[in-house]
Design a protein around this ligand. Sequence first.
Ligand SMILES: [Zn+2]
Ligand SMILES: [Zn+2]
Length: 599
Amino acid sequence: MTELERIRHSCAHVLATAILKIWPDAQFAAGPPVENGFYYDVELPHRISPEDFERIEAEMKKETKANHVFERIEVSRDEAIAMAKDGTLAALGARPEPSKFKLDIVERIPDGEVITLYRNGDFTDLCAGPHVMRTGNIGAFKLTHVASAYYKGDENNPQLQRIYGTAFKNKTAMDEYFAMLEEAKKRDHRKIGQEMGLFAMDAEYVGPGLPLWLPKGTAIVEELEKLAKETEFAAGYVRVRTPHLAREKMYQTSGHLPYYEESMFPPMELKSEDEGPTCERYYLKAMNCPHHHRIFAAEPHSYRDLPLRLAEYGCCYRYEQSGELFGLMRVRSLNMNDAHIYCTEEQFAEEFRAVNEMYLKYFAIFGLGKYQMRFSTHDPAKLGQKFVDEPELWKKTEDMVRQVLVESGINFVEVPNEAAFYGPKIDVQVWSAIGREFTIATNQVDFAVPSKFGLVYRDRDNQEKTPLCIHRAPLGTHERFIGFLIEHYAGNFPLWLAPDQVRVITIGNEDALIDYAKAIHRELRTHEVRADLDLGTDPMKAKIADAEKSKVHTMLVIGARDLDAGNVSLRVHGKGNLGAKPRAEAIAEIITSIRERQA
Ligand SMILES: [Zn+2]
Ligand SMILES: [Zn+2]
């Protein structure tokens, strides 16, 4: 448990204490820390509602103020069972009814395991810990909501009330968290996406979780692809294109079937084109890797061809449960910034370093100052079960990865025992402008799959060898990444990404003025600037308000005086009026800002 998780879990004990002070017959089940907080499940005739929170929090406050020690007490199984029967577990003292859920939990603790109780003030609970030292170490807390949950998640068990709360080291940290949540609500990508006309969901005709990219969203998609293509070209990648489906054999070989069948769309069954009754199955691809492996296999390779870096913005389909679908963040069709790098063991460290540098380059472009890489490694005790049995290769690649991370000064944490089956992996977490955490992408090494597909290259010694494969997708999928960017920028994209880059706005309707505006508009379009033209007769204020509302990045406002001087008056969304500038200068600046992808 992290320190914050200890604070939160300890706060669950304080919550139970407070509830018992008000309702002494409450029966508690489990109270673990969860993402962003904690909960405690309670059975109680009174239905707890948010109106009760103030009263409960006031009791909790007394407990934290009293600064009770969390005292650890070891007991025998018989003692624990006796206490549960007396109703004293998760209670303030003996009660007429037994502590029934705690009794059930004690009885299920395996023989030989140490049983511990924790006491804070009058409250004693059955718990393995750990906790903070004293209730006063819980700096700030707040109850957030109530839900219902079955005991142990089984609908045949009693239904309990699940009281959620959160806790922090101090009040400042808690205030920052709630301010971030407020801001995140305003930046909700579903809301902004609809207001800006970026994407649409059409569950009735297209299907749930299958987003349609509208013209403005497509502008962003294409800018990202352009960025990826330029970056990958410079880094020596080659591009490939693959179909969206493949035969069953492909996914049996890759191991997707039967293990991940649930997350794939069901197969399409075709009558075999050959004679006979056999039926062929095709699946929509859930990943691009197998297709890329078959591209590698399509031609013979020598060591001189390596590293071979195959890149594709590949479209994959995953059958997420409908309850799991969420805006652009959880969808059923995903366009992935995918590439597979086939290399020798000697080339691996350098390739891996280059991939990391690419991540950092992207972070700089998007202004993501805070990031962390989670380096998941294997556990030697689980070779051959949880991890492919290649002890040498594991050690060697993990050492290389670690060395590259340290040498590049990358902020990373190492997490043992969480690697993928077929090799070590790195998950990349970033924090948006408002401090919201987001897992952006994975960078993975693969020892196992290339050999399953029989991939080989002929080495210097004329022997056939299996290459290593690096899977990487620094920009993740368009869906998740753009969902993230919408919230990161609150829809106020930098000029290069903005769906509406420039609007030329006229004040007045003289022919010369209109011609001047049209010429500027035409010039911008020649340079592939997404510019439009507002020649309408509305007053200037209304035209600007309209452009601001649609988040048009740059407005070139043209009146009679601008025409005479060969100027434009520049306005930038969110920044206001930046004054008049010669036409050529303003256009040159726009083009440079886009080309350099300025923030
Ligand atoms: Zn506990
Ligand atoms: Zn892959």
